[in-house]
Design a protein around this ligand. Structure first.
Ligand code: IYR
Length: 220
């Protein structure tokens, strides 16, 4: 029988200030994150992207199976192929797949089938969910796990002074084809990463967040 070792854990993060102050500071940083569609072509180093992906990979996951792959694309030809394929899906989405309510909800965002940011942003991080381990073993709660990792990825990029877009071309299976990923990897999110364009704008609704009273219920 295998013995499962436990090891002492001592590097718990002590913020060195009251928890409420540390929590407020983090909130003040995170509230400045916006989904951005106007990117600069200013380069971002591979090292930066590697640290961001490492941070994403610290997320908790079902039975610690870490069911994710982050395909990081800076190659212009590959970015172009992704843009072309994404725009084809998006044209169908805007012309026929989306219903009236969905289109009305998107109107304030000003989105359309033009996805030029997919070629402008220096990096596209394509997040894949593993529905089985590479060796074929089971994974658990892969959707929750990869969602958590993606959230950390967005926070890590923001912390590094970069901007992101959580892009969900629909359907997304073209990404597995363009990037020649194996069958057990399912495209989950397409995240352009870079710097904002000069005079970058975001929709006004991107500034609105629900008040605590709407999102929080306290039972004490
Ligand atoms: N995938 C489309 C539409 C879209 C859908 C949602 I929900 C958004 O929050 C934003 C866009 C597009 O990217 O244009």
């Amino acid at each position: 029988m295998t013995t499962h070792r436990f090891v002492p854990w001592t590097d718990w993060h002590d913020p060195g200030q009251p928890a409420a102050d540390a929590a407020r500071d983090f909130h003040d940083l995170m509230k400045r994150r916006r989904s951005v569609r106007e990117f600069s072509d200013k380069p971002v180093s591979l090292e930066t992207i590697e640290w961001i992906v490492r941070a994403a990979g610290t997320a908790p996951s079902g039975a610690n199976k870490q069911p994710w792959r982050f395909v990081c694309v800076s190659n212009p030809a590959t970015k172009r192929a992704i843009r072309v394929a994404a725009e084809e899906e998006e044209r169908a989405f805007y012309a026929e797949r989306a219903n009236e309510e969905w289109l009305a909800d998107l109107a304030p965002l000003g989105t359309d089938p033009d996805k030029s940011f997919l070629e402008v942003a220096p990096w596209l991080i394509v997040v894949f969910k593993l529905i089985r381990q590479d060796g074929g073993g089971q994974v658990y709660y892969p959707t929750e796990s990869v969602g958590l990792a993606s959230g950390l990825l967005l926070a890590a990029a923001h912390h590094a002074g970069l901007v992101t877009l959580t892009h969900t071309p629909s359907p997304m299976n073209f990404l597995g084809k363009v990037l020649e990923r194996p069958e057990h990897e399912r495209a989950f999110l397409l995240i352009p990463v870079g710097y904002p364009a000069d005079a970058c704008e975001v929709p006004e609704i991107a500034l609105q967040r629900k008040p605590l009273s709407e999102v929080m219920v306290v039972e004490s």
